[in-house]
Design a protein. Sequence first.
Length: 145
Amino acid sequence: MRVDSLLLLPMTLLMPRPFATKLLFEALKSPDEEICGLVGADDDSVLRLYPISNIAADPRRQFEMDPQQQIASLRRMREHGEDLLAIYHSHPDTPPEPSARDLEALGYPDAIYLIISLNIKGVLEMRGFKRVENNVQEVSLKVMA
């Protein structure tokens, strides 16, 4: 897996503009509830979006991925020769910063956590985070033309 061609040091994720637009569009489709899903990457650094239903009791304030859809998405990644690169979710009305609950749920230590905020009217903001030992470090996102 050539994920290193998507990641630069110090932790920067290179993201093609069409992919970033697709990710932001996913968040806009459900502006009042948190959306969530996975991002796969293959050997050619092609990114693929795997939207997953949010089954949380209060989807406006938290996300919980449907376990069956999550397993099916991971299986499809393997079938496409991809690895899990990132987990994404949105914050309808808060900044793109991990909540205490988000931090508790960091179950994939190698994945980047992308948070999309719809907090500011008409302006979308996205930030990335990664677990480094027992801390969370911000990953710089660079959108490429």
